[in-house]
Design a protein around this ligand. Sequence first.
Ligand code: SAM
Length: 222
Amino acid sequence: TSLETWSKVDTYITKRLHPQDDVLEQVLAANRKAGLPEIDVSPNQGKLLHIWARMQRAERILEIGTLGGYSTIWLARALPEGGRLVTLELNPGFAEVACSNLALAGLDHLVEVRVGAALDQFTLLEQEQAEPFDLIFIDADKPNNPAYLQWALRFSRPGTVIIGDNVVRGGEIIEQYSTDPRVQGVRQFYDLLGQHPDITATAIQTVGSKGYDGFAIGIVNG
Ligand code: SAM
């Protein structure tokens, strides 16, 4: 099988299980118009994130890596009224597109888009004594994944779910001597997930319209 088949199957799944979503169609069109890279999660991956957030009954969600807010919208749609999603984005232009998309989706009152390097934002969140999050989605610059996981654990409580995207990278993660800093970042992320006593984690390989990749998912121990 090939990317072509995986994409067709993704289309089949999407057509049957969530066929009509004018807001998300408009969001993807706005992202294309603004020239954003098409590296958001696919529709069924977005819905999977949404379902995970609902299973978790998440009221506070943290996302690292907003882009145009596509995954943000799927996650924020899982929040109850009065819930909160904080999303961190380095690129001010992307953040601006995300804010406009979130307004279009009617979710801007639930979401705070914070612009700047995520590591700096974490320091600020700590100074602000931010409360722990129920679900944390790590999807930004992969070389920083180990640092993001350490920070995520600091903003967790027993039961917090931590998810990382792009943890298979077309299979490249098994290349021990890879010179790609993203591969090395993800490999260190696995090592930390595997060794840290505070989290129980696994990872699942995925194929679809975005190629061959995977999600890591862990739950913070109580
Ligand atoms: N989660 C988004 C979605 O599925 O719709 C996709 C996020 S995209 C894969 C990664 C994003 O992380 C990019 O928008 C990029 O600008 C942002 N990013 C890269 N380095 C960052 C950093 N140091 N701090 C915060 N965001 C960063």
